[in-house]
Ligand binder design. Structure first.
Ligand code: CDP
Length: 226
């Protein structure tokens, strides 16, 4: 049996995870957040005090003995790093930066892409990331590129962080986001870019509810046309 695959790509803070999770729930699809896998790998390197951008050899060596697993619980996706549930530990600014740096290393990407493709073989899924439509699932049934202005994405991310009690400033979040955008779009291997056969959705100025409805309509319409 072959399963349906929906690929959602875009920069940080475009609303990919919140929107994908909500739409997946409505359609009865499994939501797969690939960013969490890069984050878990970055967490491992930070814990081992490996300099991610300066010491690529040590990163690759540590990756050889790294196990990343994904499960789906009542509250959504659970990420296991070497058997430990790290779902709640990968959302810090330090891990965000580390994930963007580790994501430049082809050996890391190839290992995670294998896991992502294997997951997509087993269920109807909505997978979000940066390279899903272009590299991980080039034959996805529906591809969406979700974006918004960098100022709005930073504003949303700042509000999220404040709600979580993280101490930061709007300026710091905007500057981190611009750096991450440049890093993600500028890397050589599987950079963030819109797939030619994807639908571009700009969520600037939309409420979350409006974006969820819009995406749901696009996905259902495209799935029905297959
Ligand atoms: O949630 P947010 O959009 O801030 O980031 P994320 O989706 O959790 O991804 C964290 C980092 O992992 C990104 O900045 C990318 O560098 C990297 N990533 C990637 O390279 N490819 C993917 N398929 C997913 C994430």
């Amino acid at each position: 049996m072959s399963f349906r695959k929906v690929a959602i790509d875009g920069p940080a803070g475009a609303g990919k995870s919140t929107i994908s999770r909500a739409v997946a729930e409505e359609l009865g699809y499994v939501y797969i957040d690939t960013g969490a896998m890069y984050r878990a790998c970055a967490l491992k390197m930070l814990r081992k005090e490996i300099d991610i951008s300066g010491d690529v050899n040590s990163v690759i060596k540590a990756m050889n003995s790294t196990e990343i697993e994904i499960a789906h619980g009542e509250n959504g996706q659970i990420v296991y790093l070497d058997g430990e549930d790290v779902t709640g530990k990968i959302r810090t600014a330090e891990v965000s930066k580390g994930a963007s740096d580790i994501a430049k290393i082809p050996e890391v990407r190839l290992k995670l892409v294998d896991i992502q493709r294997a997951l997509a073989q087993k269920c109807n899924c909505i997978m979000d990331g940066r390279d899903i439509g272009t590299y991980v699932l080039p034959d996805a049934d529906v591809k969406i590129f979700l974006t918004a202005s960098v100022e709005e994405r930073a504003k949303r991310r700042y509000a999220e962080l404040v709600e979580k009690g993280v101490k930061t400033t709007p300026e710091e979040v905007l500057s981190d986001m611009k750096k991450r955008d440049a890093n993600d779009s500028g890397r050589e291997f599987a950079p963030l870019k819109q797939a030619e056969d994807s639908v571009l959705v700009d969520t600037t100025g939309n409420t979350l509810e409006k974006s969820v409805e819009l995406l749901k309509d696009i996905i259902i319409k495209n799935l029905n046309e297959i």
